[in-house]
Design a protein around this ligand. Structure first.
Ligand SMILES: [Zn+2]
Length: 456
């Protein structure tokens, strides 16, 4: 087996090595690519572009491809893609072109920084058709800076193009928005991202476990750059394979399958094994807050599966995780899973202020497993109502000598319900009745999904 090249030799981070060099290489941005290539093919090119999207989705890469498409020496007029081999393409791709000025709005926020641009726009480009200004994080510009930019943005000289990029579109003044052509970059979905990583790894001659890639992409939350930098880290610790254990260790996450097993134990009411499993999980790098967050995430996932299998389709969860979650979802009631959510969710606040979060977590697990052992709320409520019905029937019988239950038509199910323990509690006192009310209230508090129609 071929061993991977040592990082020292020819090492370049993957995000730079595989930076998209043409529109068709932009990952997961189909709609944007289509509009941009159409406008280049039709030679209807805006004078100012605004690229909006979360970090790491490819805004800078898109800006550079646009800059190349504008200044490529070999590109025909109705062609969209740059050639990537001419002098201009090469210098723009490597960020060395004197005619493509990249500026960071985060560090150059003042009106004087913008004035520098405005004063320079009237000079022609040195060796290209267009002078292209790329302003990253443009929302960081001060109000005065935006105002100074407005006029130039509205009517720049023929040879000037602006490409603005932002992660916070809501901070851009409407006066600026109305003067630019806006493009929204999406978070890259996991299917596209996995496919992209697979292509790169094939070129690097590395065979990954698909599960490992799924874990990386899930962690990256739609950011290609984050996915690639995670992959860089994992590669430093791998030879020519990538395993999910390595990825989990790297991102300091506990395996979701293990957490699903914990969830299963809680729902089965197995307190002893629940506590034991939690302790095993804590031997890794996850803390109580992290584990609780994972648990809540999986309660949400299982709840979705209970509604429909279609929620499995976005490839966020591995096959093993999906199978385990489906197994748990089987025969589970919405009331039970939402009650567990309630308990765990309240627990997040408790753990934050706990003197010893580990102890708090274990107590929370005990509480949660205990909830799983309680009878179903409908059963409890029926029992309580039954005891009341019996009492009312008794009074009814002695007063009217009538055998019909006053609740028959309204609550046939409850009337037919018989509980050997609670049966025969006909001598309910007023005090007991009050207790029943309290018990119903308590059950409704614990089981937020349950409903009961008042009989009074
Ligand atoms: Zn070119």
């Amino acid at each position: 087996m071929e061993k991977r090249e040592t990082p020292e030799k020819n090492f370049r981070v993957l995000a730079l090595k595989y930076r998209p060099s043409r529109f068709s290489e932009l990952v997961g941005q189909g709609a944007l690519v289509k509009t941009l290539t159409n406008s280049f093919s039709a030679n209807r090119i805006a004078h100012a572009f605004l690229l909006n999207g979360v970090r790491g989705v490819g805004k800078t890469s898109t800006a550079r491809v646009i800059a190349k498409a504008l200044n490529c020496l070999n590109k025909k007029i109705h062609q969209a893609e740059p050639c990537n081999s001419c002098e201009n393409c090469i210098s723009i791709q490597s960020g060395r072109s004197v005619d493509v000025i990249e500026m960071d709005g985060a560090s150059k926020t003042g009106v004087n920084d913008v004035r520098e641009i405005i004063d320079a726009v009237y000079y022609r480009a040195a060796s290209s058709k267009f002078k292209v200004y790329i302003i990253d994080e443009v929302h960081m510009l001060s109000n005065a800076a935006f105002n100074a930019l407005l006029k130039t943005l509205e009517e720049p000289p023929e040879h000037v193009k602006f490409i603005l990029a932002t992660t916070e579109i809501q901070k851009i003044p409407p006066t600026v928005l109305s003067r630019v052509q806006r493009y929204d970059l999406k978070r890259v979905n996991n299917i596209d991202m996995i496919e992209h990583l697979e292509k790169i790894l094939k070129k690097e001659k590395i065979s990954p476990e698909r599960t490992a890639l799924q874990l990386i992409c899930r962690e990256a939350e739609g950011s290609i750059r984050d996915a690639l930098s995670l992959l860089d880290q994992v590669l430093l610790n791998s030879d020519n394979t990538i395993k999910s254990e390595t990825v989990n260790e790297m991102i300091g996450k506990v395996s979701k399958v293990r957490v699903l097993e914990l969830l299963d134990l809680i729902l089965c009411g197995n307190t002893r094994d629940t506590v034991k499993q939690a302790r095993v999980l804590f031997q890794g790098s996850v803390g109580p807050e992290g584990l609780l967050k994972e648990l809540l995430g999986l309660v949400h996932f299982v709840s979705l599966i209970m509604i429909s299998d279609e929620f499995l389709s976005d490839d966020i969860y591995t096959t093993e995780e999906q199978d385990k979650a489906k197994e748990i979802a089987k025969g589970l009631t919405t009331v039970k899973i939402s009650s567990l959510w309630q308990i765990l969710f309240k627990g997040t606040e408790e753990i934050k202020i706990a003197l010893d979060p580990l102890i708090s977590f274990e107590m929370l697990m005990i509480k949660a497993t205990h909830m799983s052992l309680l009878p179903r709320p409908e059963t409890l409520i029926k029992n309580i109502l039954q005891s009341k019905t019996d009492k009312i029937n008794y009074v009814h019988k002695s007063n009217n000598n009538n055998n019909e239950s006053p609740f028959k038509s309204k609550n046939e199910e409850i009337k037919n319900f018989e509980d050997p323990i609670l049966k025969g509690t006909e001598n309910h006192t007023k005090q007991n009745e009050k207790k029943d009310q309290e018990a119903i209230k308590e059950i409704l508090d614990i089981f937020p999904g349950s409903k009961i129609d008042s009989q009074e």
